[in-house]
Write a protein of this length. Structure first.
Length: 383
């Protein structure tokens, strides 16, 4: 048992004293077997309209109230029409709350509580009482709650559109994660985290680094290649400038399986939130619903102009895009040679197919269909 971890986490609780703002949500109390849990219903709730859910999961020794005090998601949930809840974990032998997440964190007493069953039962109860959008159920967790978010995504990937894990990690052994469908993953971690190391470490058992956590999910979500760097953002209010780097896995990812790593340079386990932190995390939920299979991007490979036919005009359309600032509704359709980039070689490939008996573009070909998208489809390229 990691007593230093226990002591530091308990100390951090005493510093988490951010006041909550009173807002207009109504509160429903639901009991899934461990006492009442407050479920916040937005004032805009309409029983005829499917409503998204956000569940917040606290860290070890914290509580649902402290994760709300830290992130302040209640107000954002109200503003964006989300049902919101932040349940409490069980008490361990030291009287500290925890979730039984991965083997590393944080069932230090080996109590074996079924927290996956408990949390999914809470969602079942909400879905039985309210009109919930099944494609917009999201998780956010800090520390032990981040570990728990990863476990839930591993065991019920079809149930969650996205998770945001702040200073958590997935299983050390990828074989322990049984996700068979993609999930949007946001991993946030301070590089100077002395409690759950950015670089991996050991609590009750080993846990992977933030990067390894992301590469595991990238492989599971069919992404390949190295991540692409985005613009820096500001998450830590005590660090100067935009200290947080953004890495995104973009090539080949399933439309429902993006992966991002936000690394807070010099950031600690519990950074002082900037004014942008919670809105940026919440925006990630808004931007990453689960797309129903029926509306996934569809296209015909080689059909650059989207007219349902392959001919010379598709080559012209590609050249206009490459050299005259033209636009493409579906760049993947123009990726004729399936090499995850657009250049003159795609036009040459299509010309070879059209006029020199060259190999055909890869599927989908000759009919409108779905396929892995390495390059973005801005719009459905089929009628």
């Amino acid at each position: 048992m990691n007593y230093q971890f226990h002591w530091i986490c308990a100390l951090l609780v005493s510093f988490t004293c951010i006041a909550s703002t009173s807002i207009a949500q109504s509160v429903d109390l639901l009991d899934a077997g461990r006492g009442d849990v407050a479920v916040y219903i937005p004032s805009s709730y309409d029983p005829s309209i499917p409503t998204p859910i956000l569940m917040g999961l606290h860290g070890y020794s914290f509580s649902g109230d402290t994760i709300e005090a830290y992130f302040g998601f209640s107000q954002l949930a109200e503003q964006n029409g989300f049902i919101y809840l932040h349940p409490d974990g069980s008490l361990d032998s030291l009287g500290l709350r925890f979730w039984n997440a991965t083997e590393a964190c944080c069932d230090f007493d080996n109590a074996g509580y079924d927290d996956v069953g408990y949390l999914t039962t809470l969602l079942d109860m909400i879905e039985a009482e309210y009109n919930v959008d099944p494609d917009r159920v999201h998780l956010v967790g800090h520390s032990n709650g981040g570990f728990m978010a990863h476990r839930l995504a591993c065991e019920y990937p079809d149930r969650f559109a996205s998770i945001a894990s702040f200073a958590g990690a997935v299983f050390s052994d990828p074989l322990n994660c049984n996700a068979t469908t993609p999930v949007h993953i946001l991993q946030i971690h301070g590089t100077f985290d002395a409690i759950v190391s950015y670089y991996g470490g050991v609590l009750d058992a080993p846990y992977p680094s933030a990067m390894n956590t992301c590469t595991q999910w990238a492989a599971r979500n069919n992404c390949f290649g190295t991540p692409v760097s985005g613009s820096n953002i500001n998450l830590d209010g005590l660090l100067f400038g935009n200290e947080t780097t953004v890495d995104r896995w973009e090539n080949g990812c399933d439309p429902n399986g993006s992966v991002e790593l936000w690394s807070i340079l010099l950031g600690s386990h519990l950074p002082t939130p900037s004014s942008q932190m919670s809105p940026l995390i919440f925006q990630h939920f808004l931007d990453h619903p689960k797309i129903p299979t029926a509306v996934l991007p569809r296209f015909i490979r080689g059909d650059s102009n989207g007219d349902q036919d392959l001919d010379l005009s598709d080559v012209v359309m590609l050249l206009v895009y490459l050299f005259s600032n033209g636009t493409l509704d579906c760049r993947e359709a123009a990726n004729c040679n399936s090499d995850t980039s657009l250049d003159v070689s795609d036009g040459i490939y299509l010309l070879g197919y059209l006029f020199s008996s060259g190999p055909a573009p890869a599927a989908p070909l000759n009919r409108c269909a779905s396929a892995p998208v390495a390059l973005d489809c801005l719009l459905d390229n089929c009628p």
